[in-house]
Design a protein around this ligand. Structure first.
Ligand code: URQ
Ligand code: ZN
Ligand code: ZN
Length: 489
């Protein structure tokens, strides 16, 4: 029997589509057997899951570990960030390679691969297209065919930095379709943001309260609709990240009802934090919440939960992009200079279980779908990831639905001096986190090892694009047959 054998006994397995009382035998990082009352095949380490749930480890499809951004570098690195994720029940991240415009996307990819080598759990990368040229056109093929990249990100915001105009969107979306990749977007109209930021600053509003004022929901709605329309014309599947507003939700709902292949992501923060945070007189507190799109009013939060319940939104993420108070202070006199980003990777699973499952909004199976399985399916790594089935990677969490905890920066593992969920009491937490068949967290004891995380290849799609091909054939315009004969009146 291999030394790396684990037997998870007595638990109730909960996946996106099945709840069953059964044991799991794990060997060499893979799920080997699932069944009732499995015997210990030798001296396997036994994980007692009795009275608890056993679920696929969380997949966070949107993080930015040690991201160089707005003149500084995000404080969370790939080791500390994946460790914090493991402590909270997340066993894989999909992070972002964000090349500076006019630089090689291949060199940027290799740079991020270097940074990510310190990861403690598995990871993959979306690659952002921030400019266009024949070189980018060529290099996108190398990334898909040689480096397991099947998703390309487009920031429609951040004018003067990484913002894509329509020319880049159209070229890159077209190329993504050719390569069997999915296009993803940060949907905010960067021109409108820049215009409003200047208008608000010139009115003398320089504090963090200016941030949400410069990014009203319509700024997001316009960009979401535009990206959806471009993707429809170009026949490419689209994934909209961090939907925060009713307007982008409506855009996705309309497109999906029309049969368009559009997927939506929502952040745990946007579901639970509202825009009152920006009204605080305490600069540090308000600035700590500056991220884009901004946290919004309760009506948007209610709509986002309904979007998750109704299948308009498919995945939950955190956009974990941390900056500490001294970094945020860069914008003390000008909110436009506050580095955008907040954390959450350690708390996503707990806050979504508490506010989603305990509240009755989501079943346990739906919880697994939106925290793990859907992301695995959309980004084409299912059932290796996001599943509990024989042959899948043994990324597994044991979940105690009765365990309560109070979230705080004083106790979290995240390398940031603030927690947007500070003081929130949640019921439901992982007691054990297993990554690649090894226990990386148990009852408060973090056991992650720097550098054992693996880069996960994500193959080009066939399913999404095949469906799109059928769609295009069905819709091919029916040409009028020119017979040359004049119609007899
Ligand atoms: O826009 C993003 O997703 C990155 C730059 C993180 N920052 C943020 O405010 N969301
Ligand atoms: Zn973004
Ligand atoms: Zn992001």
């Amino acid at each position: 029997m291999s030394k790396n054998t684990l037997l998870i006994k007595g638990g109730t397995i909960v996946t996106a589509d099945l709840t069953q009382k059964a044991d799991i035998l794990v060997q060499d990082g893979i799920i080997k057997e699932i069944g009732k009352n499995l015997e210990n095949p030798g001296k396997a380490e036994v994980v007692d899951a009795s009275g608890q749930y056993v679920m696929p480890g969380g997949i966070d499809p949107h993080t930015h570990m040690e991201l160089p951004f707005m003149g500084t570098v995000a404080s969370e690195d790939f080791f500390s960030g994946t460790t914090a994720g493991a402590a909270g029940g997340t066993t894989m991240i999909i992070d972002f390679v964000i090349p500076s415009p006019k630089t090689s996307i291949i060199s940027a990819y290799h740079q991020w691969r270097e940074w990510a080598k310190k990861s403690a759990t598995d990871y993959s990368f979306h690659v952002a297209i921030t400019w266009w040229s024949d070189e980018v056109h060529r290099d996108m093929a190398e990334l898909v065919q040689k480096h397991g990249v099947n998703s390309f990100k487009h920031f429609m915001a951040y004018k003067g930095a990484i913002m894509c105009d329509d020319e880049v969107l159209v070229n890159s979306f077209t190329r993504a379709r050719e390569l069997g990749a999915i296009a993803t977007v940060h949907a905010e109209n960067g021109e409108l943001v820049a215009h409003l930021q200047k208008q608000i600053y010139d009115m003398g509003i320089t504090g963090p309260e200016g941030h949400p004022m410069s990014r009203p929901p319509g700024v997001e709605g316009e960009a979401a609709e535009r990206a959806i329309r471009i993707a429809d014309v170009l026949n490419v599947p689209l994934y909209i990240v961090h939907n925060s507003a009713i307007q982008s939700l409506n855009a996705i709902q309309r497109a999906r009802a029309d049969g368009q292949r559009v997927f939506g992501e929502v952040l745990a923060g946007h579901l639970l934090i509202n825009d009152s945070v920006y009204k605080s007189p305490d600069f540090e507190y308000a600035a700590a919440h500056v991220m884009s799109p901004p946290f919004r009013g309760e009506e948007h939060q209610k709509a986002l939960w309904k979007g998750l319940q109704s299948g308009t939104l498919h995945t939950t993420a955190t956009d974990h992009c941390c900056f500490c108070a001294p970094q945020k202070a860069a914008g003390r006199d000008d909110f436009r200079k506050i580095p955008n980003g907040t954390g959450g990777i350690e708390d996503r699973m707990g806050v979504l279980w508490h506010h989603g499952v305990n509240s009755g909004k989501l079943t346990m199976n739906e919880f697994v779908a939106v925290t793990s399985t859907n992301a695995a399916k959309i980004f084409n790594i299912y059932p290796r990831k996001g599943a509990i089935t024989v042959g899948a990677d043994a990324d597994i969490i044991v979940w105690d639905a009765k365990k309560t905890r109070t979230i705080s920066a004083k106790t979290h593992h995240q390398k940031v001096d603030f927690n947007i969920f500070e003081g929130m009491e949640v019921r439901g937490a992982n007691t054990v986190t297993i990554s690649q068949g090894k226990i990386v967290y148990k009852d408060g004891d973090v056991r992650t090892v720097k550098g054992v995380g693996r880069y996960i290849d994500r193959p080009a799609f066939t399913s999404h694009h095949d469906a799109l091909k059928i769609k295009r054939e069905v819709e091919k315009p029916v040409g009028v047959k020119r017979t040359g004969k004049k119609k007899v009146a």
